[in-house]
Design a protein around this ligand. Structure first.
Ligand code: GTP
Length: 622
């Protein structure tokens, strides 16, 4: 049975809810849908599950309306899609932005619901009949053929979840009868013109989103091994230590002050990787990481060298792909599909993981489908705008982590602020830990290093070299010790000697290495660091998703406390080596929701920058 149907604007104004259904929903399924799905560029998904509910939705992109149906998860109601499109059609005829009440829609809805239910019932009967026929045929052929297995005994699940399916679930003891479902008392979302949580909904205003797309492959990106990782045999290369000379670090002017602020949260568009410092390594990347000050007109992604070329040649790939549908009044899915396919491939050439590129294109398609365009409006700019918005939304983190503020807060509590660096082997954990230490030193924060890679020989010495060069104390206990205990002792020592921050180096580990993941989980559970920083190489493609999602999965599975600790932030290394293949940043943020807090872009202590979201987006769309 349907639990609720709501109609609201992208701005969050609830226009109509079904009073007849009137049941209060348990928890906050609508808020969660908006937060975890619609605002996360996952609106191309087929449906969304929240506790005992399934939610389905559709959008009227042109009017900016959202239609959401909520029903009990076990039921798989056949008529919901149909009902949503009927409601969308009827409601859009009476919708007027100035109108306050839609009470007269109650009766229309009752009729639409009866109509949809009747059609669903017809559909169910057809399915049952065809299923019985099929079973009959199989049974017959089973008898005729002798050794073929008969179909009579095992009922095939057609995935549509009709009542037979519900029945089978019920016999398994999982659920109660739909009509007997007893939800909580009290009312939620039943009043007209109630405003949803504005912080969650404001963003929907600028966002066009759609409902049910095509069939999606899978939701569980995290659990799916990437092609790249499957193809590559595990490497067992012995590590060559880099020799760091003992000279004092170059006193180059840092770029962490004015241009990026102090918070260590690389989320803001005023950040400019290229503008500051660079001396050597980043100078040649000005085109890739261009400054925010540049003009933002339509063609600002065009190479300057093209300025004198004829108009047609000046158009980027994006314009040319969408040129063919310029001037159409309504964007249809068929118009968008070939172009979005090209866009997906484009993103993949920039190292965006395939599944992420696909989901993103689905989401953009959802935001544009049905949109009315004035005659001869350039669709290319509309599409580019939608994709740009989506990318900026993803790369701009929901959680803001202000390291300096948190360091000072910890200091007031007379304890050190603890950061644990985690990641797979050889990505640059120790090197970038040293860069972060240097950055903190520049902000007059006292740092202690904790050598908790007690696994790889040479790791302690490597960290000791950095500590000596930066003149930072290091806490070390050699090898084969429990890293969780070493970290604990280091934190105790830092508390005693008044260090502001402890930077904990850990052993590199593959995401599938159970014993090492267990040891890491123990370290985190025991020491409850302020920040778990995932260090990942910007070079990775599909593997970025696999690494980060498995780290999070393992930390969650192995957590022994009530609250699960996941990766809080990302440090992307080796940005100086990737040219325009900046897609790992997008994949990692999309899959984890954690912000890219730092970008490593070279092998000197000053080569630590912030992510310039706009420049990354520009590069991805070039
Ligand atoms: N080009 C470039 N190289 C880097 C960067 N960060 C680290 N490296 C290099 O990457 C290599 C590995 O760095 P490490 O810091 O030893 O890596 P790790 O993750 O601590 O290694 P394990 O402890 O074995 O897991 C070294 O040669 C570093 O100099 C960077 O931002 N750019």
């Amino acid at each position: 049975m349907l639990e609720q149907l709501l109609i609201f604007t992208r701005g969050g104004l609830i226009l109509w809810t079904c009073k007849e259904l009137g049941k209060a929903l348990k928890g906050s399924p609508i808020d969660t849908l908006i937060r975890s799905c619609l605002l996360e560029e996952r609106s191309g998904e087929v449906s969304f599950n929240y506790e005992a509910y399934t939610l389905k939705w559709t959008f009227h992109n042109d009017l900016g309306l959202v239609f959401v149906a909520v029903y009990q998860r076990i039921l798989h109601l056949l008529y919901v899609d149909d009902l949503l499109s009927l409601v969308k059609e009827s409601f859009s005829e009476i919708y007027d932005p100035k109108r306050m009440s839609y009470d007269d829609f109650d009766e229309t809805f009752r009729q639409l619901r009866m109509e949809a239910e009747a059609r669903g019932e017809e559909l169910r009967k057809v399915k049952v009949v065809s299923c019985v026929k099929k079973q009959g045929q199989v049974s017959k052929s089973g008898l005729d053929g002798g050794n073929k297995s008969g179909g009579g005994g095992s009922k095939k699940d057609d995935g549509d979840g009709d009542k037979d399916k519900v029945g089978s679930l019920m016999t398994n003891g999982n659920h109660k009868d739909d009509d007997k479902t007893d939800l909580a008392n009290g009312k939620e979302n039943t009043a007209d013109n109630v405003v949803l949580d504005p912080s969650k909904l404001m963003k929907l205003r600028s966002k066009g989103v759609r409902g049910r797309g095509g069939v999606r492959k899978t939701d569980s990106i995290g659990n799916k091994s990437s092609k790249v990782s499957a193809a590559e045999p595990p490497k067992k290369a012995t590590k060559k230590n880099r020799v760091w000379d003992d000279a004092a670090p170059k006193q180059v002017k840092l770029d962490f002050t004015d241009s990026v602020g102090e918070n260590g949260n690389g989320n803001h568009d005023h950040v400019d990787i290229a503008a500051a410092d660079q001396g050597e390594s980043m100078m040649d990347k000005e085109e890739v990481f261009s400054s925010d000050d540049e003009s933002e007109d339509d063609d600002d992604d065009e190479p300057r060298s093209d300025e004198k070329k004829p108009e047609a040649k000046k158009k980027g790939w994006f314009s040319s792909v969408f040129q063919s549908i310029t001037g159409k009044a309504n964007l249809e899915r068929t118009d968008l599909e070939p172009a979005l396919k090209a866009l997906k491939e484009r993103l993949m050439t920039k190292n965006v993981a395939e599944e992420i590129a696909e989901k993103l294109c689905e989401s953009v398609e959802a935001s544009l489908e049905g949109k009315k365009l004035a005659s001869f409006t350039r669709i290319s700019s509309t599409v580019q705008g939608a994709m740009e918005d989506a990318l900026i939304r993803i790369l701009t983190p929901r959680r803001s982590i202000d390291i300096m503020r948190d360091v000072h807060a910890a200091k007031e509590q007379r304890r050190p602020y603890v950061v644990v660096f985690v990641g797979v082997n050889g990505v640059g954990k120790s090197t970038n830990l040293a860069k972060v230490a240097y950055w903190l030193q520049q902000h007059k924060v006292s740092v202690m290093m904790a050598a908790c890679d007690t696994f790889r020989s040479g790791a302690v010495e490597q960290l000791r070299t950095h500590a000596r060069r930066l003149q930072i104390p290091i806490f070390e206990k050699g090898y084969e010790k429990d890293p969780a205990v070493v970290a604990k002792e280091a934190i105790q020592e830092a508390t005693r000697n008044g260090s502001d921050v402890v930077l904990v180096d850990t052993a590199g580990r593959m995401q599938d290495n159970e014993p090492l993941m267990r040891a890491l989980s123990k370290l985190i559970n025991l020491n409850k660091p302020d920040l778990v920083l995932f260090v990942g190489e910007a070079l990775v493609g599909n593997d970025a998703v696999d690494q980060l999602s498995k780290f999070n999965q393992k930390l969650s599975d192995l957590s022994n406390s009530g609250t699960t600790r996941l990766v809080d932030g990302i440090l992307l290394t080796k940005f100086d080596t990737i040219d325009d293949k900046v897609g790992a940043a997008l994949s990692m943020v999309y899959i984890s929701g954690a912000p890219v807090m730092f970008v490593g872009c070279g092998q000197s202590y000053t080569d630590l920058k912030k992510l310039n979201v706009k420049a990354i987006v520009k590069t991805l769309l070039k």
